[in-house]
Design a protein around this ligand. Sequence first.
Ligand code: ADP
Ligand code: ADP
Length: 233
Amino acid sequence: MIQIKNLCKSYGAQPDAPHALDDVSIDIADGDVMGIIGMSGAGKSTLVRCINLLERPTSGQILVDGQDVTGLTGAALRAYRRRVAMIFQNFGLLAQKTVLANVCFPYLAATGRVTAQNRERALQLLDLVGMADRADSYPSQLSGGQQQRVAIARALACEPEYILCDEATSALDPASTNTVLKLLRQINRETGVTVIVITHSMGVVEKICKNVVVLEHGRVVERGSVADVFAAP
Ligand code: ADP
Ligand code: ADP
């Protein structure tokens, strides 16, 4: 599980620099679909960048299965990043590579080569997301929703324990949004992978999440099951 403990992040060196994250504590249980919702400026991007260690928190801890990851560097950092796969708003596929090569890319990055077994697994994952028949296409030949399904297959290539979705459906139309959210929920159910959904959209949280944390000005202002937090007063 991931335990975010008393996380603070301020940009800038002055002691009175404003906190983008201010004493944020969040427990994410294994197998959860956890939503982290907030308006623009609430601290969502900062939280994502702290979890994937693009930013180092100013103070606080991020415990993954009890181990604080905030100080990881080098090989241990790379190994950690394979445990926490990312999906982005703009899909982040490599334009010069085919769909299959994109899904195989994590193997190349991790080991320097792509084995026949890797290719086989990549094709299975493309099948899982309903994109096997487009293995030889290039990203520009696909719709946004199709590109995001390929990105999900790529995220699964390293058998991650966590999938961190950063506004993953914000660039999609409602129908593609539904397809992608259903797929994430299905993968959660079938593989038990923990899904963390960062979004400004209540609709997204209601459709897919089990639990939710509401961020406002860098602080957690509400948390609980989606049914409880969004229940009419
Ligand atoms: P969100 O993703 O919810 O829109 P952000 O994490 O981007 O929120 O921003 C939270 C706060 O931190 C905002 O006040 C923002 O202006 C500030 N902030 C974010 N990134 C930086 C940065 N690199 N330098 C200075 N301030 C930043
Ligand atoms: P989002 O809504 O996706 O967080 P933003 O417009 O808030 O997009 O931020 C876009 C990028 O600019 C992010 O990488 C964020 O960290 C950075 N950023 C946001 N606010 C500031 C700021 N005050 N100073 C410097 N960089 C910032």
